[in-house]
Design a protein around this ligand. Structure first.
Ligand code: GRF
Length: 207
């Protein structure tokens, strides 16, 4: 029996290596999601050219054209998602803060990957801060997006050991490899619908 594939948008701002891992995963036969569109707030994002070459519909909404009017940008973004029949929005290095209006509109249908083990190190420069703080384990988190940045029910986490010889770059490279593993796994779970949210916990349910 063929599986229902939830229609997913991936939003990016840059190179899109997580997007590539999601494209590859969604091409496997039984994956419960398909990427129907890739969007970016930066027309020159390298990931957009990649997605276009893969035959995926793409759009760019240059946030600079909107000045300070975040909601106007988000209304146009929302219209693009609706036009494409999107059911689930996946942020993959999308470097725009989203307003409560957008987050509430996509409540429980909007997920993000963050390069740290939340709730540790929300925000930027996570690898530098992990090294400075002296933690021995670090990693990445996939979570539902809520109005507060980098806070929301946690779907998946992956860990790496921090080595004595690490700098932010070396550590970040290993975290990125982990991101490429956990994001497809998390998307599989959420797209399948076999989970429930209990407070901040995302719990797998029986199929
Ligand atoms: C990743 O480290 C992700 O965790 C963060 O932004 C980076 C995006 O990288 N949110 P890429 O564009 O997916 O390569």
């Amino acid at each position: 029996m063929s599986v229902y594939r939830k229609k997913v948008a991936v939003l990016i701002s840059g190179r899109g290596s997580n997007m590539i891992s999601l494209i590859n995963a969604t091409r496997t036969a039984d994956f419960p999601a398909e990427i129907v569109v890739v969007g970016s707030n930066r027309p020159d994002a390298a990931g957009l050219s990649y997605a276009r070459n893969e035959g995926i519909a793409c759009f760019a909404l240059d946030h600079k054209q909107y000045g300070k009017d975040r909601e106007a940008f988000e209304r146009d973004l929302d219209a693009k998602l609706e036009e494409n029949g999107v059911e689930l929005v996946v942020l993959a290095g999308f470097m725009r803060l989203l307003t409560p209006w957008f987050v509430n509109r996509w409540h429980n249908r909007l997920i993000n990957i963050h390069p740290a083990l939340l709730p540790a190190f929300p925000g930027l420069d996570t690898h530098e801060r992990a090294i400075e703080t002296g933690v021995k384990v670090h990693g990445a988190t996939v979570h539902f997006v809520t109005a507060e940045m980098d806070v929301g029910p946690i779907i998946a986490q992956g860990i790496v050991q921090v080595e004595d010889t690490d700098d932010a770059n070396r550590l970040g490279t290993r975290v990125l490899e982990i991101e490429h593993q956990i994001y497809p796994q998390a998307l599989r779970l959420i797209a399948s619908g076999n989970y429930r949210i209990h407070g901040m916990r995302v719990l797998a349910t029986d199929k």
